[in-house]
Design a protein around this ligand. Structure first.
Ligand code: TA6
Length: 308
């Protein structure tokens, strides 16, 4: 079983406004609301791929109830800890050639919320082999909180995939997660300088590994990915028509988690991870994949040892 952790879930609200520009009044042509936050996008993809998955995290208020109701409609199992803090809303404005995102920070949680959540998490960890932890931390939460959660799960001998950014990534890796999946921007933050080639990528990854990350999957968008494990592997993907890459990172996390949970060998796990990201990129929806496309993409993805 896979448990997905979303500490800062959201109602993702997407406004379609073809000619959107700042400073003017617009009426949305279309509005789509869905359960969001990176961890719930991972959950949605795992559910579509037929994985045995349970979503947890911390949720609250009317927004939290709305998310729980809609996860139920999506036939997604969830065991969120319910707090009194109202769950946030994240807005995306989709214009003709751009997407603008406004992410609320999420309300502060109390220590008793965190203790109660940790108890719920550990109950689920007992029944899980793979745990994913994704996204930002709510306002006021200590940047090292992921480190504590990763250490709690590692002590149970389970594998953690951590997908976050900024200080929560730099602190979270100290818990020694099995895998992290930084993108370019996150690597540049880690390195503290711009990255213009594979040497700089390797330097940033080595810094993350020295801090504690066991394995690192660096997503390169249309260029595929580089996996830094016992070996360095280059994953090459075919060119495809892209509609919306938002959520593709979360989908790659889901593919990796499913491959790991299914006991696939590493090359197949990496292909599944990339193929899920590709399928999501062909959908206007965040956290949407087509299993048949994922299977077909996997046949055209290559994995080879990289000497850098
Ligand atoms: O923008 C894509 C997305 O995955 C949305 O689900 C939105 O909720 C946002 O990211 C959340 O990001 P965060 O890092 O705050 O969890």
């Amino acid at each position: 079983m896979i448990t997905t952790v979303t500490l800062n879930p959201a109602i993702d609200t997407r406004y379609f406004i073809e000619d959107f520009k700042e400073g003017r009044l617009f009426r949305a042509e279309k509005t789509i609301k869905s359960p969001g936050g990176k961890g719930l996008n991972v959950t949605k993809v795992l559910r579509q791929m037929g994985a045995d998955v349970v979503a947890t995290g911390i949720i609250g208020g009317k927004n939290g109830e709305w998310i729980q109701e809609n996860l139920k409609k999506m036939d997604i199992k969830e065991e969120f800890y319910v707090s009194s803090a109202e769950t946030r809303v994240c807005i995306a404005v989709l214009a003709k050639h751009s997407e603008t995102e406004i992410l609320e920070s999420g309300e502060e949680l109390t220590d008793s919320d965190l203790r109660a959540f940790e108890k719920k998490l550990m109950e689920l960890v007992e029944k899980s082999d793979v745990i994913t932890m994704s996204g930002s931390l709510p306002k006021g939460m200590d940047a090292g909180y992921y480190q504590k959660l990763v250490e709690l799960v590692n002590r149970k001998g389970k594998k953690v995939i951590l997908d976050t950014s900024g200080k929560s990534l730099l602190e979270g890796v100290k818990g020694k997660p099995y895998l992290i999946k930084p993108n370019f921007d996150e690597l540049e933050y880690v390195l503290g300088e711009s990255i213009d080639g594979r040497d700089k990528i390797k330097k940033a990854v080595e810094k993350l590994k020295n801090l504690g990350a066991q394995n690192v999957l660096v997503s390169l968008g249309g260029e595929g990915a580089i996996y830094f494990g016992e070996e360095i592997l280059k994953i090459t993907i075919p060119k495809i028509k892209i509609h919306n890459t938002v959520g593709s990172g979360d989908s790659s996390v889901a593919g990796f988690a499913k491959g790991l949970d299914d006991g696939l060998e590493l090359n197949e796990i990496l292909k599944l991870s990339m193929a899920c990201g590709m399928s999501n990129a062909q959908s206007m929806e965040t956290g949407r994949v087509i299993p048949e496309d994922v299977k077909e993409f996997m046949e055209n993805i290559t994995v080879e040892v990289l000497k850098i």
